[in-house]
Design a protein around this ligand. Structure first.
Ligand SMILES: Nc1nc2c(c(=O)[nH]1)N[C@@H](CN(C=O)c1ccc(C(=O)N[C@@H](CCC(=O)O)C(=O)O)cc1)CN2
Ligand SMILES: NCC(=O)N[C@@H]1O[C@H](COP(=O)([O-])[O-])[C@@H](O)[C@H]1O
Length: 300
């Protein structure tokens, strides 16, 4: 595989002895087994995250180009929010094509979302979402452990997410059960998008096209995406937002899936923007609400 150079801007952080840094002893062996290409030279000027430091000190083999994952907000959104709220950091979990992940990353790049995706987590390191992350220089963590022994345990993953200073976890087509340890570590901070109007057509076995097949077979006249908080069961957490789309009389699974997915992309961007702007509040009975950007007395 063609070797690649890695260039960063800034100054190198001091080296961290391998045996003193838990992340290095935890992540380094696993990342090595997962990343598979040679780098001729690393000219490291800034160490914006641990993975960069590991590459500098250990000549780690890495695929793709790691860039500074902090993106400067160049539009009004960021300027309006600077000094009012902290810029949020996200981990996104994917298992497939990653169109929701890409849509969120583009919204960050154009300034619609005042945050950054600092790490991608996946159980399918060769999926489309992981390839996009490599192309954009976003670090990738395999989770859960893979057949080849790479990947992290739940506790190691929590350590790694803390290292990346993750504030919220966004599931976007991730198909494995999130363990209790991760839910405990990130209370009211893990969201999932599901392609039906929960609680209908959710739970174990309801993912991808299986959801849309069940909706069509039921004769339901409406469907649409749901964004909910994640608890220990599949698709049973508190519902935060939904959008409705029609189910047409002769819809194929693909046509319905595409209509719902289009709405998913818009809904997830709106919800994550609200998360960054701290416009989510919790009603006394535990129902989360999103304050409208233009009028805090109204809820979206
Ligand atoms: N603790 C939680 N983990 C996850 C949740 C959740 O709400 N709580 N949501 C899912 C996403 N999801 C629906 O939105 C979902 C994903 C996968 C399944 C499922 O049945 N998976 C199969 C395995 C599929 C595979 O490995 O290819 C299974 O468990 O048998 C249902 C719903 C993400 N995690
Ligand atoms: N139950 C989970 C589930 O079915 N999630 C669904 O997987 C697709 C992922 O698409 P993407 O990888 O292109 O974002 C999306 O439609 C999402 O709602």
């Amino acid at each position: 595989m063609e070797a690649q150079n890695l260039i960063f801007g800034g100054s190198v952080a001091s080296s961290i002895p391998c045996n003193q840094n838990p992340i290095k002893t935890l992540l380094y062996p696993r990342l090595i087994t997962f990343l598979s290409s040679n780098v001729q030279s690393v000219s490291l000027k800034t160490c914006q995250n641990f993975t960069s430091l590991m590459i500098a000190n250990k000549g780690l083999r890495i695929r793709g180009t790691l860039q500074n994952v902090q993106s400067d907000v160049t539009t009004g959104t960021g300027d309006d929010l600077k000094g009012k709220v902290s810029r949020k950091k996200f981990a996104v979990f994917v298992s497939g094509g990653g169109s929701n992940f890409k849509s969120l990353h583009e919204a960050i790049a154009n300034g619609s979302i005042y945050g950054d995706i600092t790490v991608l987590v996946t159980n399918k390191p060769e999926c489309g979402g992981a390839q996009y992350a490599r192309d954009k220089g976003i670090p990738i963590i395999p989770f859960p452990k893979l057949k080849d022994g790479s990947g992290l345990s739940s506790n190691d993953l929590v350590i790694a997410l803390r290292h990346y200073k993750v504030d919220f976890i966004l599931l976007a087509g991730y198909l494995k059960l999130i363990p209790a340890a991760l839910i405990k570590a990130y209370p009211r901070a893990i969201l999932n998008i599901h392609p039906s109007l929960l609680p209908a057509f959710g739970g174990k076995g309801y993912y991808g096209t299986k959801v849309h097949e069940a909706v069509l077979a039921s004769g339901a006249r409406y469907s649409g995406p749901t964004i909910h908080y994640v608890d220990e069961e599949y698709d049973r957490g508190r519902i935060l937002a939904q959008r409705v789309v029609p189910v047409l009389a002769h819809d194929t699974v693909e046509e319905l899936a595409a209509r719902v997915l289009h709405e998913e992309h818009k809904l997830y961007k709106d919800v994550v923007a609200a998360l960054c702007e701290e416009r989510i509040i919790w009603r006394e009975d535990g129902v989360p609400l999103i304050q409208c950007k233009d009028n805090p007395d109204q809820y979206c």
